[in-house]
Design a protein around this ligand. Structure first.
Ligand code: NDP
Ligand code: BG6
Length: 508
């Protein structure tokens, strides 16, 4: 049997996992993501004994914060946002190795101070410590931070060893093809690709990883997983929340950039890619890129492959909520979409002729992320003429909430007459495994520490996805032409229904 612990790049989704001594350096350490997700993730890894013995956490940012004050902020963040209560036993282990370095994101002297701080830590522990840089700042300073890490030599620290420097880069990874290419060029000028971990937190979700297991560890699906048996695939990433206080960010983004180009496309790639030759990171990412390349350019004309809309006023949980254009920080004539619906065609042997429908929106009826694979109906001969409505079998991966898998079959209603109705076979994570599942960021921070890039985006993958969507963004840019509206609390605009109806489909 292959020893997957031999080489960090060969670990894939392997079972045996241990990280070398690591110092996680968070750039943007006073920010929202650090507080809500990153610090709680580190804490939960510590509680699960998954952190290496010589683990250090270093916050970095422009604000002057004393070490002790940063520890207090971190403890508060754990109390408020961790899935576990703060326990002194666990926290004390991390707190004594938690420090803060103040400095600008483009200040060479500050980067030198950071390098000296890391060296001091190594001296204290008496061994090499792998630096893991987590860039959790607004994207405007991604490039200066990368360049700073390059010029002070930290990017190449321990480069020829297994505990070389690594960098995690938050989303958004560019805002179109050209900016993603530019960011990749900056990264490549400083880091080698195997040191780079581009985050898409959807890949850290348990059920998203389960997709691979369901598809490739069960022999019953693969023979049916193609155009001969599948009629269409629908991927829904619906949110109940509106734009909230993030108007400034969202106005520059919109549903296509914020959700479709990254999270939804990752779900698509894992659903539709060919079986990889192994579970190692490159094998899986190669298959994802191959799949993305097979997607046909989108028809952006009205009635084509893309629809967009903004939520209007509506009722959520029995209360009235404002429309997007009335939200704080939103221009009254904003051309930013809060909903995007896409019809994709994949031009390969497996999928030709099978439409893939993607939709994502804010202020929709219910928070649900789901992949629904709808099979072709059986030939009508046997039950034809009896007035039977034979439902299409549908396999649906419930990514969140209420994580699980369900299958719709046709069953006979008990009784002396032959009547049938669709019945549902359900598997629920919570009933089978309990509900204390690790959060996405726990998995991703641990994987990066270990050096496992399977659940991260490769540079070419990001570019391929942007290549598909950049013409759409260009066609939409600054104009409200074709912008539909949907009531907050509904399932989206009528033009999205019409896009499916044109091929005799309806949203599930
Ligand atoms: P914040 O706006 O909270 O910024 C993080 C930190 O960066 C701030 O505390 C500040 O620290 C510094 N900063 C803020 N604005 C600027 C600026 N204009 N120039 C330089 N530095 C600045 O960001 P988030 O924590 O919300 O997000 C961080 C990253 O994570 C972003 O790329 C975001 O897209 C991504 N992300 C965030 C999510 C979230 O839920 N928050 C979800 C998914 C991704 P200081 O002043 O001390 O330097
Ligand atoms: C983020 C988007 O990437 O994902 C947000 O920027 C969105 O707009 C969030 O709300 C959804 O993530 P999750 O894990 O709550 O489905």
């Amino acid at each position: 049997m292959a020893d997957s612990s031999r080489h960090p790049f060969l670990q894939g989704l392997s079972k045996h996992r241990g990280a070398p001594p690591t110092a996680v350096v968070i750039f943007g350490a006073s920010g929202d993501l650090t507080k809500r997700k990153l610090i709680p993730a580190v804490y939960n890894l510590a509680a699960d004994n998954l952190l290496p013995p010589d683990f250090h956490l270093i916050g970095y940012g422009r604000k002057e914060i004393a070490h002790e004050a940063f520890r207090e902020l971190a403890a508060e963040a754990i109390k408020e946002f961790s899935r576990r209560e703060l326990s002194d036993d666990v926290w004390d282990r991390i707190a004594e190795r938690t420090t803060y370095v103040a400095g600008g994101y483009d200040d060479p002297e500050a980067f030198k101070r950071l390098a000296a701080h890391l060296e001091e830590i190594e001296k204290k522990v008496g061994r090499d410590v792998q630096p893991l840089f987590y860039i959790s700042t607004p994207p405007s300073v991604f490039a200066p931070i990368l360049e700073g890490l390059g010029s002070c030599g930290l990017a190449r620290k321990h480069l020829d060893t297994a505990h070389h420097a690594k960098v995690i880069i938050e989303k958004p990874f560019g805002r179109d093809l050209e900016s993603a290419r530019e960011l990749n060029r900056t990264i490549r000028g400083v880091f080698e690709e195997h040191q780079v971990y581009r985050i898409d937190h959807y890949l850290g979700k348990e059920t998203v990883q389960d997709l691979l297991v369901q598809r490739f560890a069960n022999a019953i699906f693969e023979p049916l997983w193609n155009r001969n048996y599948i009629d269409n695939v629908q991927i829904t990433v619906a949110e109940e929340v509106g734009v909230g206080t993030r108007g400034g960010y969202y106005e520059q983004s919109g549903a296509l950039r914020d959700m479709i180009q990254n999270h939804t496309m990752q779900l698509l790639a894992l659903t539709a890619m060919e079986p990889p030759v192994s579970l190692d990171a490159e094998a899986i990412r190669d298959e994802k890129v191959k799949l993305l390349r097979a997607i046909q350019p989108l028809d952006v004309k009205p009635g084509g492959d893309v629809v967009r809309a903004q939520y209007g006023e509506g009722m959520m949980g029995g209360k009235p909520v404002p429309g997007y254009l009335q939200e704080e920080g939103i221009a009254p004539d904003s051309a930013t979409e809060t909903y995007a619906g896409i019809r994709l065609s994949i031009n390969n042997w497996r999928w030709q002729g099978v439409p893939f429908y993607l939709r994502s929106g804010k202020r929709m009826a219910r928070r649900v992320t789901e992949i629904a694979v709808q099979f072709k109906r059986p030939p009508g001969t046997l039950f034809a003429g009896g007035g039977f409505d034979v439902a299409a079998n549908t396999l649906s991966f419930q990514i969140q909430p209420d994580e699980g898998l369900s299958m719709i079959l046709n069953g006979k209603v008990p009784g002396l007459e032959t009547r049938m109705q669709p019945v549902k076979m359900n598997f629920r994570y919570s009933t089978t495994f309990g509900s204390n599942t690790p959060e996405a960021y726990e998995r991703l921070v641990l994987d990066a520490m270990i050096g496992d890039g399977t659940l991260f985006i490769r540079g070419d993958e990001a570019e391929t996805s942007w290549k598909l969507y950049t013409p759409v963004l260009e066609a939409w840019h600054g104009s409200r032409s074709g912008m539909d509206t949907y009531a907050a609390g509904s399932w989206g605009p009528s033009n999205a229904d019409a896009m499916l109806a044109a091929q005799k489909h309806i949203w599930r």
